[in-house]
Ligand binder design. Structure first.
Ligand code: A3P
Length: 307
């Protein structure tokens, strides 16, 4: 491991933002916080601020392991609180509060405290490092979305590869697979993340899966609306379906993330089962073994393939 200095990771709230960034021989860049690998832009100061935030009853915060459909969920939430249409101004990213991130969200706690309700918070933290201490300690509504680990592993491989601000991973799929199953990726172990978030389910926490959104869209959005206390008409539901569709989000200036350099195709496949294009038989066996060891009691019912 070598230390690298990357000024781009600095922000106004952490002058030493590039301190502590490590780079592995496969190119992977990260910093360690509380023993877990984190993206370089999750600086110690930003993380500390994210723990100090005071949630309001009207706040909505959603969390996931990366690549689990959080951007899709963020679009659905924004449409729900905005009557089915997108706001006239800004982009999807600009409507989200991402406390733990430095340059992707360069705003201080004071600014966040002065924002109007309802506020929409995004996070990718494990429960032990959750925003404000997590749902059991805070007001407001929390939603955690999980996706089957095989598709997450593949989606994350594409996302983290060869982007200076992300993982900058530049090695093989096989090597990535080993990183992923041993929890040596940004945000740590997928298994710990997902198992941790459903260990305690207070009444202000809703658990969802990406697969439910894909396969049971209407029921899942109705469930979200009920949880948030939002009145949902049939017309609004159809508008939300249209405005949050994969094709619409990928094509729209509002949601396509054109403002993030190097991002390329964030909207990659949007399907269940793209792991089959990458996993070898033995990788699949090993993942299945881990799934049976870790997931037998979890509250999530994952779907790994469709007909
Ligand atoms: P793939 O890489 O498998 O295509 P996150 O937002 O948590 O980073 O998750 C990204 C994943 O969600 C990507 O998966 C992306 O394509 C998928 N996704 C984003 N918007 C979607 C939508 N409207 N419908 C279905 N999948 C979507």
């Amino acid at each position: 491991m070598t230390e690298s200095k990357i000024p781009a990771y600095n922000d106004g709230y952490n002058e030493n933002g590039s301190d502590g960034i490590e780079e592995a021989s496969d190119g992977y860049r990260f910093r360690k916080l509380s023993g877990r690998l984190m993206p370089p832009y999750v600086t110690p100061l930003r993380y500390a601020q994210s723990r100090d935030v005071q949630m309001r009853d009207s706040d909505i915060s959603f969390c996931s392991f990366p690549k689990s459909g959080s951007t899709w969920l963020s679009q659905i939430l924004l449409l729900l609180i905005n009557g089915g249409a997108n706001p006239d101004k800004g982009t999807l990213r600009q409507h989200m509060i991402w406390m733990e991130a430095s340059w992707p969200f360069p705003k201080s706690l004071d600014v966040v405290d002065s924002m109007e309700s309802p506020r929409l918070f995004k996070s990718h933290m494990p429960i032990e490092m959750a925003l404000g201490g997590g749902p059991a300690k805070q007001a407001g509504k929390f939603i955690y979305i999980a996706r089957n680990p095989k598709d997450v592993c593949v989606s994350y491989f594409h996302f983290e590869t060869e982007k200076a601000w992300a993982g900058n991973f530049n090695c093989s799929w096989d090597h990535w697979f080993e990183r992923f199953i041993s929890g040596q990726v940004q945000r740590g172990s997928w298994f710990d993340h997902v198992v941790g978030w459903q260990r305690e389910i207070p009444s202000n926490l809703l658990l969802l899966t990406y697969e439910d959104l894909l396969l049971k869209f209407d029921n899942t959005v109705v469930k979200i609306a009920e949880f948030l206390g939002i009145k949902l008409t049939k017309k609004m539901l159809r508008q939300i379906e249209k405005n949050s569709s994969f094709d619409r989000m990928r094509a729209s200036e509002f949601a396509n993330m054109h403002e993030v350099e190097q991002l390329g195709s964030f909207y990659r496949k949007g399907k269940i089962g793209s792991w089959k294009e990458h996993f070898s038989v033995s990788q699949n066996d090993r993942m299945d073994q881990l799934i049976s060891e870790h997931l037998h009691h979890v509250a999530f019912d994952f779907t790994y393939e469709t007909d």
